[in-house]
Write a protein that binds this ligand. Structure first.
Ligand SMILES: [Mg+2]
Length: 389
C-alpha cells in the first residue's frame, strides 16, 4: 500500500471566543489517502493553520523536510518507521511544539488506515492485552461572568454529569492565573470554596479531579491551597504550576496531599521522561494528537508503567481524538480514567457535530471500540460547515 495524498482541513466553530480557554473551538482534520482506496483520519489540538503549514510546507533541506513530501509514496502501515523518518527529517523545524502535534494527526490517520486494512480496531493491532470497558471522566468547563455564576454553573454541571451516569468528573476551576475565566482574579481560598461546593453537591461516592490550568506561580502558593484539600478527596490536581517549573512539580509530588497530574502540552516521549523523572508527576496526561500520535502515546504509556506512574490521557477535541484515546486506554491497564468531553455537556458545536458514530456511556463506563480502524466516521457536511481557508 502507498500513500497517495494528504488533505488538511482547518475548522472553527461559528462564534469563536478568543477570550475563552477552550481549544474545542478549533480543529485540524487530516485525511491520508492510499492507492488501495483506504483513507485514514486524524486530528490534533493546536492552532490548525500552523499545523497545516507543518504538513504542507515544502522541504528546503535534509533537516527541514515537509511532512507531506516525506510521506507521499510511503507504506502507511509502517507507522513506527515513518514516525522516526518524519521526526528526523523535520528536526530543524520541529522536535517539539506544533510540528509534533501535526505528526500526531498524521500518525492517528495511519493507525486508522492500518485498522481498516486489517478489518480490526486499532487497539487490537498493538499486540497488547485489552480490557472490556474503560472508565471516562466528564470534563466540565463552567460558564458565568462572575464568581457566583461560575460556582453555580460548575455545581450544576457536575450534578448533571452524575445524573448522566458518570462516576467521575474534572472541575475546571480557573479563578486566576494566565488562563483565567473571563478575566477573573479571585483569591485562592475561593478555589477551595468552589471545589468544596462541588464535593458537597455530589456526595462522597463520586470521583472529583480539579484543573486550575497553570494558575499558581510558585510552589508555596500551590501548597497553601492544596494542604486544605485533605478532606475533599480530590483524585488529582492538574497543571497547578507553569509547566516549565519541573523543580516545583517535583516538590509538589513530595509535599502535596493531592496527586499531581500534567502532560497535556507535552510533545514526544522525551518531554514525558522529563515530566516523570525530573518533575515526578504522579499522573502523566498525554494528548494522543499533541504527543505525536498513537505510536508515541503508546511509548509514553510503557515509560509510565516502568516508573509506576498512571496514565490519564488529555482529550479536549472531537470524536476523532476521543476514539484515539479510547483505543489507547483499552490497552493501558494503568489508565484508571480517561478524559471525555461528552457532547451533551459541552457548548462546542465541533464536538457535537463533526463525528457521527462514537462509543456510548453505559453505567459510567464505555465499551471499547470494536469497529475497524479508529471506528469513527466524519460527517463531511458538518466538516464543510466549519471549514476555513
Ligand atoms: Mg487541562
Amino acid at each position: 500500500m502507498k500513500i497517495t495524498g494528504i488533505d488538511c482541513h482547518v475548522l472553527l466553530v461559528p462564534e469563536v471566543r478568543k477570550d475563552a480557554t477552550s481549544s474545542a473551538q478549533d480543529d485540524i482534520v487530516v485525511f491520508v489517502h492510499t492507492d488501495e482506496g483506504i483513507t485514514g483520519v486524524g486530528e490534533t489540538d493546536v492552532n490548525p493553520w500552523i499545523a497545516r503549514a507543518c504538513i504542507e510546507a515544502p522541504s528546503t533541506h535534509t533537516m527541514g523536510m515537509g511532512l507531506k513530501e516525506m510521506l507521499l509514496g510511503e507504506n502507511p502501515l509502517e507507522q513506527e518507521r515513518l514516525w522516526e523518518k518524519l521526526y528526523t527529517g523535520s528536526c530543524m523545524n520541529g522536535r517539539r511544539g506544533a510540528l509534533i502535534c501535526a505528526m500526531g494527526a498524521i500518525d492517528m490517520a495511519l493507525w486508522d488506515i492500518k485498522g481498516k486494512a486489517a478489518g480490526k480496531p486499532c487497539w487490537e493491532l498493538t499486540g497488547k492485552e485489552a480490557r472490556d470497558s474503560i472508565h471516562p471522566y466528564a470534563s466540565l468547563q463552567p460558564n458565568g461572568e462572575s464568581y457566583e455564576e461560575y460556582k453555580e454553573s460548575l455545581v450544576s454541571w457536575v450534578l448533571h454529569a452524575k445524573e448522566t451516569g458518570f462516576t467521575a468528573a474534572k472541575l475546571e476551576v480557573t479563578l486566576g492565573g494566565p488562563y483565567n475565566h473571563s478575566g477573573m482574579d479571585e483569591p485562592d481560598e475561593k478555589v477551595t470554596e468552589v471545589v468544596a461546593a462541588c464535593r458537597e453537591a455530589v456526595g462522597e461516592d463520586f470521583v472529583l479531579m480539579v484543573d486550575v490550568q497553570y494558575a499558581w506561580n510558585d510552589v508555596e502558593r500551590a501548597l497553601n491551597t492544596l494542604r486544605d484539600w485533605g478532606d475533599l478527596d480530590i483524585y488529582f490536581i492538574e497543571t497547578p504550576l507553569q509547566i516549565d517549573d519541573l523543580a516545583g512539580y517535583a516538590r509538589l509530588h513530595d509535599e502535596s496531599p493531592v496527586a499531581i497530574a500534567a502532560g497535556e502540552w507535552q510533545n514526544t516521549r522525551f518531554e514525558f521522561l522529563d515530566l516523570m523523572d525530573i518533575g515526578k508527576v504522579d499522573i502523566a496526561q498525554p494528548d494522543v494528537g499533541r504527543v505525536g500520535g498513537l505510536t508515541e502515546a503508546l511509548r509514553v504509556c510503557d515509560l509510565a508503567a516502568e516508573r509506576g506512574r498512571k496514565i490519564i490521557p488529555h482529550c479536549w477535541k472531537t470524536g476523532i481524538s476521543i476514539a484515539a484515546s479510547a483505543h489507547l486506554a483499552a490497552v493501558t491497564p494503568h489508565c484508571p480514567y480517561f478524559e471525555f468531553l461528552p457532547a451533551e455537556l459541552t457548548d462546542s458545536l465541533l464536538r457535537k457535530e463533526l463525528v457521527k458514530d462514537e462509543i456510548q456511556l453505559i453505567d459510567g463506563k464505555l465499551s471499547i471500540p470494536r469497529k475497524p480502524g479508529l471506528g469513527i466516521e466524519v460527517d463531511m457536511d458538518a466538516l464543510r460547515s466549519f471549514e476555513q481557508d
